[in-house]
Ligand binder design. Sequence first.
Ligand code: FCX
Length: 436
Amino acid sequence: MSTLKEKFKAKADEQAARVRKLMQEYGHTKIGEITLSQVYQGMRGVIGLVTETSLLDPNEGIRFRGYSIPQLRKQLPKAPGGHEPLPEGLFYLMLLGELPTEQDVIDMSNAWGRRSHVPNHVFDAIDALPLSTHPMTMFTIGIMAMQTESRFAKAYASGKIGKADYWDYTFEDAMNLIARLPRIAAYIYRRKYKGGDNIQPDHSLDWAANFAHMLGYDDESFYELMRLYMTIHADHEGGNVSAHTVHLVGSALSDPYLAFSAGMNGLAGPLHGLANQEVIKWIKNMQQELGGGLPGKEQIAAFVHKTLSEGKVIPGYGHAVLRQTDPRFLAQMDFAKKHLPDDELVNLVWRIYEVVPPILQELGKVKNPWPNVDAHSGALLEHYGLVEYEFYTVLFGVSRSLGVLASLCWDRALGLPIERPKSVTTEWLEQFVKGQ
Ligand code: FCX
């Protein structure tokens, strides 16, 4: 039977031939138009990237290789006795475009277990930082310190590889990085919040459960939450800040460690991945101001108006592309209804969901008044005792590695070139419209 790498190579060769044919036959076909506003407004709606791993529909949400989140929760292999998908299976699906068997997922878990050794100097680099450092900064520094291990960088520097080999070394780096990230993330958590009392990995567990174990949460229902969390945060097509950054930096043939760490710096922004910590911070402030417990709808509405009047956004609401409630929010809501329906914070998240959308709609400018993935995740983690909300974006980052590194393998396998769109000045645009 062929290995994962051989299967990927065969799929990549097929896809490269498909792309060549498409380019030859339709290379000059127009697939869109760009307005002047789009140039100033974050290129929203401009098709400018190919990302094979997932595609976002504004109303239905994300589909990974054609499968929606509810479908994946049913169809991807589960842990024995478990009900949530194993993220190993999602990585397999994103990489190869086909659903894995139970055995494929076991093989992936074992492969990541074998590749998971983190060299000591990575921990030393993290230890050199003051404890007050934000966990996302520790995370990116840990990843950068581990760049010494890049197979791609070593092979490129040796001068012995050519373009046709890049995918191979990218694949090796991607697999190693994914295998090692939970260890680095858990080390950061235990160092910053648990006095450096580290927990050794247990490779009899799957990737997400082992991560939960190293964080210090050995509870079957928390394992299930981590499997779901690691699955739903993995990918959101190619234009979001973290995915786009990994693709862009990787296009310079910066190795996967450099590219992934760059993407994580983007994820650390409050309008992107950091929103998950901002949500909990905002809710805690609300509870503090309103005397704790579960505030009423009118009290919540007043707090929302106050936040908006201070010129701030409501974290966890809105999206650049989505125009409906995020199915990632709904998957977490479904999980909470099953496992922790009476949790006060979770009930507050649900009450906020009833209050915020009409208020944002009334503003008249917010294109999507509905909650995104970040509106729900913190309340679930809090329930299990993971209350250190500055750490939440690291969890998002570990999961995001699955999508963006599968994509990076595809970038190199398809031989995509260095990314270099054209920029212009305002003067150039003024002259251009005058000439119309
Ligand atoms: N609260 C208040 N105002 C909001 C808002 C919100 N949640 N969402 C959008 N707006 C405002 C924008 O700030 C903008 O105002 P302006 O014209 O005065 O500058 C206006 O509405 C139009 O923005 P819109 O086109 O709807 O949204 P964008 O594509 O520009 O931005 C994000 C999308 C996600 C950045 C925006 O909705 C936001 O800031 N949300 C809160 C932060 C958040 O939850 N981010 C996580 C997103 C995601 F899920 C992830 O990456 O993890």
